[in-house]
Structure formats: structure tokens, C-alpha cells
Ligand binder design. Structure first.
Ligand SMILES: NC(=O)c1ccc[n+]([C@@H]2O[C@H](COP(=O)([O-])OP(=O)(O)OC[C@H]3O[C@@H](n4cnc5c(N)ncnc54)[C@H](O)[C@@H]3O)[C@@H](O)[C@H]2O)c1
Length: 259
């Protein structure tokens, strides 16, 4: 059990990568607090975890709202008594280049993906300081280091999360608060499935095949694959991963196959 008795607060934990991480961390001995705007999905997951004997708590909340962020941290603390790991995972996307992306989409993406990471960390760092340390893992994306068409707001937000991660590592490593980022490539989650359904509804299989072809191993990455990377970053084995940007992307950012 690599996370025995650790308390982990996972934002966006009701679905996709967050949900897979919650399940994996629970199996590894962790006590889980899931924060999400999705009340139905979040409650369902937490009920299932607790029914299987894993300590878990659902916190309804929006990471981009100051009060929500503060309450989630306070409630996790009063329920479990400490916060060992914060996984800043909640995120949204928007399609379009800088011309196509309307200002309200830009603001929404920045609020959730960047302000959300800032706000949750703003309230969690003092808790970790008081207890003598902790680990914060921020969800960035491979898009922080490569360009991708039609994702202007999303790319900007994930690039900013990477910059914030490195600054947080510089600021807090000496306080025994380890900060790192995970940078997945395309992961087949409800996030990506929803995009494919809305843009390629009549040829989903072809769209999925095209995604596979971008990977060097010609396979779609699953939420569980990313959860394993998050587990590594959250574990004691990663004690030298300070400000680390862990890319897990099927090789998309490092090489390209021309056939
Ligand atoms: N799926 C991919 O290909 C991929 C690749 C790289 C990075 N990511 C990032 O991974 C993270 C998780 O993505 P996923 O694919 O699992 O998506 P998902 O849509 O399956 O899950 C995201 C979760 O975040 C929650 N959420 C959204 N806005 C929120 C808010 N304001 N406050 C609290 N919760 C909120 C959603 O309700 C949902 O449960 C996101 O930050 C995403 O940008 C995803």
C-alpha cells in the first residue's frame, strides 16, 4: 500500500482521470476527499468507495469559487484531520483559435483550470505548512509544451499551470511541500468522448482511430494510465520530483511516425 493512511483531496474527482485516481489511491490505502461540481457522479463514487470499506468524503464545490475552495479544504480537514495530497485535477476545455474563442469561453477555461489551481493551493498550503509538509500535484497537459490547433484558451491555461507549478515548487519545497505537474496527452475519458461526439458524431470509430494513430504505440491512453503516474508523483519514491513536469502522452510530444 503506497498511500497508506494518507489523506488525498482530489478536485474533479467525479469523472475521468480524477475518478480513476480516487479509486487507485483508495486501493493503495488512502482516505479520499472528492470535490466536484457534479453532485450525482461525486456522490455515486463516494458511496461506492465507502460501501467497499474505503474511507471517502464527497464535497460539492466549484474550484474557481473562493468560498467553495475554502469550504472544501476546511471540510476535508475537519473530517480527516489533515491533507497529505492535493490533486488539482478539475478542468474544462474550449475549442477555437484566438479569433473563434469567445471571451466568455476564455474566461471560463482560465477560471477553472488556472484560478482553480491557485485557489485550492492558496487554502491548502497553510494546512500543509502547519502539519509539516505535503504534496501538491497539478494537472497540466502535454499541450503546455507543444502546439495544438484550435485550443488557444486551453493551451494557455495548461501552460500557465506548468509555470505556476514550478513557482510553487520554488516557493514551498523548503517547507517540505512537494509540488509537481502531470502532463498527459490525449486520454480517453468522458472529456474527450464528449468532444468526439459533438464534432464527429457520425464517424466516431474513425475519429478514435485517428487519435490512436497520433500515439507511437497506436493505443488510446486510459484514465488509469494517468492515475498510475499521479500515484508515482504522490508516493515517497518521487521525493526528488520537485517542480517536475511528468509527461505521459504515448510519445506524442517527443516523436512522430510518418507512414
Ligand atoms: N482527457 C484528456 O485527454 C486530458 C489530457 C490532458 C489533461 N487533461 C486534464 O485532466 C483533467 C481531468 O480531465 P478528464 O479528461 O478526466 O475530464 P472529465 O470531464 O472526465 O473530468 C473532469 C471533472 O472535473 C469536474 N469539474 C469541472 N469543472 C469543475 C469545477 N469548476 N470545480 C470542480 N470540478 C469541476 C467535472 O465535473 C468532472 O467530474 C482536466 O484538468 C483536463 O484538462 C485531460
Amino acid at each position: 500500500m503506497r498511500m497508506k493512511d494518507k489523506v488525498c483531496l482530489i478536485t474533479g474527482g467525479a469523472s475521468g482521470i480524477g475518478e480513476a485516481t480516487a479509486r487507485l489511491f483508495a486501493r493503495e490505502g488512502s482516505q479520499i476527499a472528492v470535490m466536484d461540481v457534479d453532485v450525482v457522479g461525486g456522490r455515486r463514487l463516494v458511496e461506492e468507495l465507502t460501501a467497499n470499506g474505503y474511507p471517502a468524503l464527497f464535497l460539492e464545490g466549484d474550484v474557481s469559487e473562493e468560498l467553495s475552495a475554502r469550504h472544501a479544504v476546511d471540510n476535508t480537514l475537519s473530517h480527516f484531520g489533515r491533507i497529505d495530497v492535493l490533486f488539482n485535477n478539475a478542468g474544462v476545455s474550449a475549442i477555437g483559435d484566438v479569433v473563434e474563442c469567445p471571451p466568455e469561453d476564455w474566461d471560463r477555461v482560465m477560471r477553472v483550470n488556472l484560478r482553480g489551481v491557485y485557489l485550492m493551493s492558496h487554502y491548502v498550503v497553510p494546512v500543509m505548512r502547519n502539519q509539516g509538509g505535503g504534496i501538491i500535484i497539478n494537472m497540466s497537459s502535454t499541450i503546455a509544451v507543444i502546439g495544438l490547433v484550435s485550443r488557444a484558451a486551453y493551451a494557455a491555461s495548461k501552460g500557465a499551470v506548468l509555470g505556476l507549478t514550478r513557482s510553487m515548487a520554488a516557493d514551498h519545497s523548503r517547507e517540505n511541500i512537494r509540488v509537481a505537474a502531470v502532463l498527459p496527452g490525449t486520454v480517453y475519458t468522458p472529456f474527450v468522448e464528449g468532444y468526439l461526439r459533438s464534432h464527429f458524431a457520425d464517424h466516431m470509430d474513425e475519429a478514435k482511430d485517428n487519435l490512436k494513430k497520433r500515439q507511437l504505440n497506436n493505443e488510446l491512453m486510459s484514465a488509469e494510465d494517468v492515475a498510475q503516474s499521479v500515484l508515482f508523483l504522490a508516493s515517497d519514491e518521487a521525493r526528488f520530483a520537485l517542480g517536475t513536469a511528468l509527461i505521459i502522452d504515448g510519445g506524442v510530444s517527443t516523436a512522430k511516425v510518418f507512414e
